[in-house]
Design a protein around this ligand. Sequence first.
Ligand code: SF4
Ligand code: SF4
Length: 437
Amino acid sequence: MKKDSKRGNFSSKKDAPSYESVLQCMRCGFCLPTCPTYALTGRERSSPRGRVALARAVHEENLQFTAALKQESFFCLDCRACTSACPSGVKAGEVMEVCRSQSQQFFPGSPLAQGFRSFVLERMLPDPDLLEKSMLPNRLYQRLGIQWLVRHSQLLKLGPNWVEKAEGMLPRIGAPLRQQLPELIPARGEKRGRVAFFLGCVMSLMYSEVSRQTVRILAHQGFEVVIPKETKCCGAPHMSEGDRETARALARFNIDLFLAQEVDYIVTDCAGCGASLKEYEELLHGEEDRQRLELFRSKVRDVQEFLCAVGLRTEELQPVNTSVTYHEPCHLCHAQGVSNQPRELIKTIPGVELREMDEASWCCGSAATWGLKFNAESQQVLDRKLAKVAATDAEHLITANPGCQLQLAWGLKKSGMKQDVLHLMELLGRATPESGT
Ligand code: SF4
Ligand code: SF4
């Protein structure tokens, strides 16, 4: 394997964590109580400090990039809770994310696995039309009664556990939202600005009602909403699977597309997309014009962050008499630092009582495909979360990320709990009248 003096035992062909990023760790251990995988295992190597030490050892040529390091890089949830706790600004989750890119170099997998991976990451996800078509079998499966038959047979018990979980998590898939939304929604009442809405893949395909409510609320709040239909995947799945090259291509495409819209802000209702879009600047550092990267970064907002900053027009909001508790998506609170704003919005909705749960910012165990790859561990993380939800006795569980919605809805259903899961925009949508200015 070709080596580079600045990369130690990391491969020179793919992205590697910088030496500076691993040197920052002073081994204080403040991050340890925040790490779900350390809580699960008690293993130093599965802690943020241990993971950074492993990457440093590879840099300093004290360790080869082993299969154990590959396993550790994928076992990290990339929840970023350690970054929030770290006094030195160490980003252990991101270090592991970059190590996944190395994993593909050292351990590329079988030709079949490589072919499937490149089809999904390089062909399907970057192509919105193909992505929409890929949902058709799911829709037929649900509408033709095949799902009912499968669920009432023992068929799912025959396969690996993750298949039963994946099937159980599947929400009812509707017609693709992208086809139904107009390209521009005028502002209602006095215009407060012009925003572009970023259509996320998972949200618009699996939770289309959330995005439908988001754009309706933005318009109702006085914003002209532009919806670029050519929008491509934000690149989060690629970063998560170590395909940073495709992530960079997607980032370049989306930056060009959205900067051409001449909008005040670029708004997303998916915490994972928001975190990715805000990290384009780092992803393309040194490869793209710095001012354009900064301009793009300055415009990206999570919808909760955005509405809280501009202030909700509340005069037309209708009461929603209910109680809720709020689960913080990791990629909203830890990756974007958006923590109080959703709570402020919830408290602004008339008739809603917010009941805080303990450990609201502890991961739910979803983390893209982590919840399927590490099924048993994911269940333990989820059980911890569900116990906190149950203790609030609230009627609804509110969150703001499709991955959390999938995992939490499945967990609540399986546990026979009374709560349903709503995105905060669905809750606010219930308070927002369908007509009027
Ligand atoms: S990652 Fe940060 S918090 Fe954890 S041991 Fe290193 S310096 Fe301390
Ligand atoms: S990102 Fe999350 S799982 Fe990974 S080391 Fe940090 S706290 Fe642990």
